[in-house]
Write a protein that binds this ligand. Structure first.
Ligand SMILES: NC(=O)C1=CN([C@@H]2O[C@H](COP(=O)(O)OP(=O)(O)OC[C@H]3O[C@@H](n4cnc5c(N)ncnc54)[C@H](OP(=O)(O)O)[C@@H]3O)[C@@H](O)[C@H]2O)C=CC1
Ligand SMILES: CC1=C(/C=C/C(C)=C/C=C/C(C)=C/C=O)C(C)(C)CCC1
Length: 295
């Protein structure tokens, strides 16, 4: 039963010397294990973390375990567009290439709060922060093609809805649902990005990592208790990283750009998540909120 609940292994043997990867939220949980595996395969890996000190400890650990010294930490707070722009500016000045971008960082069930720019925290960090980051790094990804963007979403997107009249949760707010809405936004973003990037050599995938023992439940005592109670049945962060790695590394996956994956297989998404009109509108609204010129 333990095996069944944690199925899905990235079996690609591809090595990554000379490749450059960025993993957001790489100081713990799924992101840390994803970064470790990319480093193990020889990539230069940027750990994009809001807490640089935590990041440095993890970078050192990964360097020791993998023997790869090219594990670098850079400050990225997805709850602040100034921090996102500063991260991108420095990265673009520093690096010639970007082959793999893993938009992994996330918050779940936080009490109602806003980012530095006034966005509801789940939508702001999980969707808008990664939307802006991807936009700022897109030319570099195109220049480095073939390249990939992996967006870590969730099965929880099934409960999500994009309420355009209440995108910032000001009219009504539920911490649980706010997370689900933001994870639906991750999938809609992936699909629209795939449509716009057709023929560019940049492909993109959304992922459900499984139910994973991590710090994601930090804001909910009930979820913490559930995770503790069922810890035997849920995935380890290393198991949770497999589908992100599968989408980043598997050869021949280009034709499935825009698809959603779980347990290293294509997975079904909700009706809203397949709605092109909503995806296009969310793209435009996101550009508008972030001051990105619409094309
Ligand atoms: N665990 C699970 O069961 C599931 C997880 N997921 C998704 O997987 C992804 C990884 O989550 P998981 O590893 O489980 O959770 P963790 O809480 O262990 O890791 C989340 C990471 O995101 C970072 N982060 C949070 N807010 C910000 C911010 N404002 N700026 C930059 N980084 C930030 C955290 O940094 P810090 O340590 O400083 O807080 C941490 O590194 C998330 O997108 C989550 O939604 C999806 C389905 C299930
Ligand atoms: C009922 C039940 C479980 C609960 C699963 C839940 C509640 C999953 C929530 C996932 C989330 C919140 C994903 C985040 O994106 C376990 C622990 C698998 C053990 C078997 C019984």
């Amino acid at each position: 039963m333990r095996k069944m609940l944690s199925s899905g292994v990235c079996t690609s043997t591809i090595q990554l010397p000379g490749k450059v990867a960025v993993v957001t939220g790489a100081n713990t949980g799924i992101g840390k294990e994803t970064a470790k595996e990319l480093a193990q395969r020889g990539a230069r890996v940027y750990l994009a973390c809001r807490d640089v000190q935590k990041g440095e400890l993890v970078a050192r650990e990964i360097q020791i375990v993998t023997g790869n010294q090219q594990v670098l930490v850079r400050k990225l707070d997805l709850a602040d567009t100034k921090s996102i722009r500063a991260f991108a500016k420095d990265f673009l000045a520093e690096e010639k290439h970007l082959h793999i971008l893993i938009n992994n960082a996330g918050v779940m069930m936080c009490p109602y709060s806003k980012t530095a720019d006034g966005f509801e925290m789940h939508m702001g960090v999980n969707h808008l922060g990664h939307f802006l980051l991807t936009h700022l790094l897109l030319e570099k990804l195109k220049e480095s093609a073939p390249s990939r963007v992996v967006n870590v979403s969730s099965l929880a997107h099934h409960l999500g809805r994009i309420h355009f009249h209440n995108l910032q949760g000001e009219k009504f707010y539920s911490a649980g649902l706010a997370y689900c809405h933001s994870k639906l936004a991750n999938i809609l973003f992936t699909q629209e990005l795939a449509r716009r990037l057709k023929g560019s050599g940049v492909t993109t995938y959304s992922v459900h990592p499984g139910t994973v023992n991590s710090e994601l439940v930090r804001h909910s005592s009930f979820m913490k208790w559930m995770w503790w109670l069922f810890s035997f049945f849920i995935k380890t962060p290393q198991e949770g990283a497999q589908t992100s790695l599968y989408c980043a590394l598997t050869e021949g996956l280009e034709i499935l750009s825009g698809h959603h994956f779980s347990d290293c297989r294509v997975a079904w998404v909700s009706a809203q998540a397949r709605n092109e009109t909503i995806a296009r509108r969310l793209w435009d609204v996101s550009c508008d909120l972030l001051g990105i010129p619409m094309d």
